[in-house]
Design a protein around this ligand. Structure first.
Ligand code: FE
Length: 190
């Protein structure tokens, strides 16, 4: 199993960021690179594909030392899901294995959050979030009997960003920092 595809993706997206593109271009061009990456499920090392019986796992695959981006594998056990949350930066999501369900939310005038859309992403498909296009969502494994894995790319080291989870019914928000399950990252040159 080769991490070459991940190296190529990382290079492509850093080269893109080096051109100082607008966010729209990052999401469009970066989304194409991510589609290519998740179009083949033959490169993610096993260590970064392990589910946890209780919690969805976030494995750091690469983080830019200048905090311009981070690449994370999300491993969802059957039925696992996130709370409603924000990112405070642009993000791209591509499903590598299984199936994912995303529900987007929008803040209402009374401070609560209402679902505004709901969609299923199959393996090979991508989606995007950002404060400009909609930053609040809930993501779940759409499979009740299998692991799903998605690759997430963010415009910051997401494991160091102080952001929020929401109770959509009351609008109550809590700060959180997500962190990573792993202490070592993959060797991209192997
Ligand atoms: Fe998210």
């Amino acid at each position: 199993m080769s991490t070459e595809r991940l190296l190529t993706f990382t290079r492509d997206i850093i080269r893109l960021l080096e051109t100082h593109p607008g966010e729209e271009q990052i999401l469009t061009d970066g989304g194409k690179f991510l589609s290519t990456l998740v179009g083949n499920d033959d490169w993610l090392p096993e260590a970064y594909a392990q589910p946890h019986p209780q919690y969805y796992q976030q494995y750091l695959l690469y983080a830019d030392p200048l905090d311009r981006l981070s690449i994370v594998s999300f491993v969802w056990g059957p039925g696992q899901k996130t709370p409603v949350h924000d990112h405070l930066t642009w993000g791209l999501v591509g499903v590598l294995r299984g199936r994912e369900r995303e529900t987007t939310y929008q803040k209402q005038e009374n401070g609560t959050y209402k679902p505004t859309g709901n969609g299923v992403l199959h393996s090979g498909q991508t989606t995007a979030v950002s404060p400009a296009i909609g930053d609040v969502h809930e993501v779940a494994n759409d499979l009740s009997d299998q692991v799903s894995i998605s690759i997430h790319v963010y415009g910051a080291n997401i494991g160091r960003v102080k952001r929020h989870v929401f109770d959509p019914a009351t609008g109550e928000e809590k700060s959180f920092v997500s962190g990573y399950a792993n202490n070592a990252v993959p060797n991209l040159w192997k």
